[in-house]
Design a protein around this ligand. Sequence first.
Ligand code: FAD
Length: 433
Amino acid sequence: MLQTPRLYAKLVGYIIVTLFNELRRYTNATLVRQQARLLGSSSATARDRNIVVIGASFAGEHDARLVSASLPPRSPYRVVVIEPNSHFQFTWVLPRFCVVKGHEDKAFIPYGGLVSKVPEGAVRWVKDRVGEVREASVSLEGSGEHIPYEMLVVATGSGVQGGLPSRVNETDKLEGMKRLQAMQAGIEKADTVVVVGGGAAGVEVATDAKALYPDKTIVMVHSRSALMHRFGKGLQDAALKAMERLGVETILEERVVDEDAGAGTVTLRSGRKISCDFFINCTGQKPLSDLLSHLSPSAISPTGHIRIKPTLQIGDDNFPNIYACGDVADTKTPNPNARSAMRQAAVVADNIVRVATGKEPCYTYNNMWADGFIKLTLGLDRSVSHIGDGRSELLFPGKETKEELMVGMCWWHMGQKAYEDPYMDGKDGVKAD
Ligand SMILES: Cc1cc2nc3c(=O)[nH]c(=O)nc-3n(C[C@H](O)[C@H](O)[C@H](O)COP(=O)(O)OP(=O)(O)OC[C@H]3O[C@@H](n4cnc5c(N)ncnc54)[C@H](O)[C@@H]3O)c2cc1C
């Protein structure tokens, strides 16, 4: 009975700590800006010591933003961000945009917001993929350039071979939009859609598809005894209830062992065959840690994550100047998400700024249960928000009025006006209305 007030009290504590840290960073960045205005800042050529950030999604972009805003104006350091994607790819809305038409362009947000807000020369943006990490430099796959670093942040996240609905697996916005449109068309054409994996992406795509096309047969196959099995019982029940309400057939404790696109069937581990016109795989995300596997094999955990110290330096004493954060880092976060990735990025940024000003890294990352907050859509017009600490949970059912969900908020966060993107000029063939 006391569980709910206890959870609310803990939540208030979490909010206070988070606000305090945000305020500390904001104050520091404001001071730096004032100093730069009064005393000037290092020219681009004087900034010849690189802090290289690999990957510019939730973790890497946030880290680069905080470091470049907090470095003293006369710092000899600059941040070099290396990211192959033409745009920030907003994962949260991918399941929705795989089903619903007309919003695809909104999932790809221009990156310019970061560079425009920091002193000239404090950030170099490189659109390329890192192919190799060496002791003091990284090499780029596209241009072949070797970029030296004094500090390195690995924020390469996780990937999935099958792509959508979890990842786009295209670097270019236009190509990414085409992939979303292809999936929308596949679902629209199919009589029976089989979705594998009852985590958040699977539940969202299955409930959206059934809500939009009530006459289609949508089948969910999940290997565990409950949907959303990493979360509390309340959320598991809410997900199952939504499936039942909409009429999604849910098969638990089963695996797909074969998919025969020609015959239009999938075979389950039990031998049962299900007809399938369109197959959606929502499983198989893996941390992208390969880049470090040659330089520091001991830093790679059996799960493929990068081992880290509490300071988020990698777990290899030979490389105190290499940090990891986000989905790729072995932080033991129960449900890794954008919030935990950004909190880790902030810890890395705090430590890097200390080192860049002649101090030792001292900030540490601790899992915070409230990072695991999730808002799960359950069809086109409703959702449930969930927060829990493993002992008890709070559930907040909600109505969803916007088909494109909260994507506009992310454009604002990225320093962009929703949904203005000069990249799309002249590309109206695939642009959403
Ligand atoms: C479908 C879906 C929905 C989600 N919904 C939510 C949600 O509602 N709320 C929430 O908080 N979280 C959500 N998440 C989780 C969240 O997206 C991840 O936790 C978050 O993206 C992790 O951020 P990251 O920066 O660590 O890694 P990623 O987002 O995986 O980004 C890694 C970046 O590194 C780049 N990269 C990779 N390799 C290289 C290389 N060799 N060289 C250069 N760059 C490279 C990639 O291009 C990418 O931009 C969702 C995830 C998915 C898949």
